[in-house]
Design a protein. Structure first.
Length: 118
C-alpha cells in the first residue's frame, strides 16, 4: 500500500497559478488510479480530478475544467495538479488520493492548503 504526501499549497492572488505535487511511497504507484479532492471550510469534500494508471485518461469536475490539469510521473511516483486562473472559490484544503481500479478511494494524503485572495 502506498502512502501519500502532498506539497505545493500556499497563498496566491486571484488569477494566479499553483502546482500541487503528491509523492507516493512504495513500488506499486503505477497500480493506482490517482485523484485530487478538495474541502473548503464548512463544505463537503468534493472531487477535483482523476487520472488513470498510465495517465492516458483524465477527468475533471466541471468547476475546474479548462483551468486545472492533472498529470502523473510513474517513474517518480508522483501525481501533479497544475492550477491556473485561480479564484477565491478554489480556496480549500487539497487532498491527494489513490485507489485500485474498480474500487473506492481508500488511501489519502494529509492535505495541503490553497488560499486564493481576491
Amino acid at each position: 500500500q502506498v502512502q501519500l504526501v502532498e506539497s505545493g499549497g500556499g497563498m496566491v492572488q486571484a488569477g494566479g497559478s499553483l502546482r500541487l505535487s503528491c509523492a507516493a511511497s512504495g513500488r506499486t504507484f503505477s497500480m493506482y488510479v490517482m485523484g485530487w479532492f478538495r474541502q473548503a471550510p464548512e463544505k463537503e469534500r468534493e472531487f477535483v480530478a482523476q487520472i488513470s494508471l498510465n495517465g492516458g485518461f483524465t477527468n475533471y469536475a466541471d468547476s475546474v475544467k479548462g483551468r486545472f490539469t492533472i498529470s502523473r510521473d510513474n517513474t517518480k511516483n508522483t501525481v501533479f495538479l497544475q492550477m491556473n486562473e485561480l479564484s477565491p472559490e478554489d480556496t480549500a484544503a487539497y487532498y491527494c488520493a489513490a485507489k485500485i481500479p474498480g474500487r473506492e478511494y481508500g488511501i489519502w494524503g494529509q492535505g495541503t492548503q490553497v488560499t486564493v485572495s481576491s
